[in-house]
Design a protein. Structure first.
Length: 219
């Protein structure tokens, strides 16, 4: 389903080819993936490419009590990664405060760490650094809330993606390739004359006889 703010759409997995955006809460079927891109089909048969990370998964059946969650919906692995990243930062900060390490070592140890968490009662927002996005969790399942950047054909993965929104066909046969920037070819100038035209020659002036009566053949 399209999220509540609507969703931009493109004719192909190319940010330079936008098309009509999708209305909020519109049900769609996810039929193909190319990195972060997802090709959707609407009920009227209209198809477009969208940022597949932002689609909202709609389960076919309510989750039964005691049944294991799908990997893409289980919040526990992401919670564990967030806790681990926060613990690593805390240990580095404690050593820096105690004088057991210097500022340069602290920067090296914390380089690349990215963690974010907002807890508000049963609602939790977590930053998924592996896939560069924020996800929302109500305690039972994850759903993508926002993405750092636009979709890419080299997406980080599909964990948390709307796998329940329809058959996410892994086959990419016939999917258009990403747009490539080609450098301009310099103008080679005028082509050489294939007939080998000779250069202009200077012709000496013609002497004119001032007495036409003396020309032979005149009577």
């Amino acid at each position: 389903m399209v999220p509540q703010d609507g969703l931009p759409a493109w004719e192909a997995p190319d940010a330079q080819r936008p098309t009509t955006p999708l209305d909020a809460l519109l049900p769609v079927r996810l039929v193909d993936r190319l990195g972060d891109w997802g090709r959707i089909v609407c009920a009227n048969g209209w198809s477009a490419w969208v940022d597949g990370r932002l689609l909202v998964a709609v389960p076919r059946d309510p989750p039964a009590a005691g049944r294991p969650l799908a990997r893409s919906a289980d919040p526990r692995p992401l919670l564990a990664r967030s806790e681990d990243a926060l613990a690593r930062y805390r240990r580095a900060a404690e050593e820096l405060a105690a004088g057991a390490t210097d500022g340069e070592s602290f920067r090296r140890r914390t380089h690349g760490l990215r963690v974010g968490m907002v807890v508000d009662g049963e609602s939790v927002w977590l930053y998924d650094a592996e896939h560069e996005r924020w996800v929302y969790c109500d305690g039972t399942r994850l759903s993508t809330y926002a993405a750092d950047d636009g979709p890419s054909v080299h997406g980080g993965g599909t964990e948390g993606a709307p796998t329940d929104a329809g058959p996410a066909a892994g086959a990419r046969t016939g999917a258009p390739e990403p747009t490539q920037v080609v450098e301009a070819v310099p103008d080679p100038g005028p082509a050489p004359d294939p007939y080998g035209e000779e250069p202009t020659r200077r012709i000496p002036p013609v002497t004119v006889d001032p007495d036409p009566s003396a020309r032979p053949g005149d009577a």
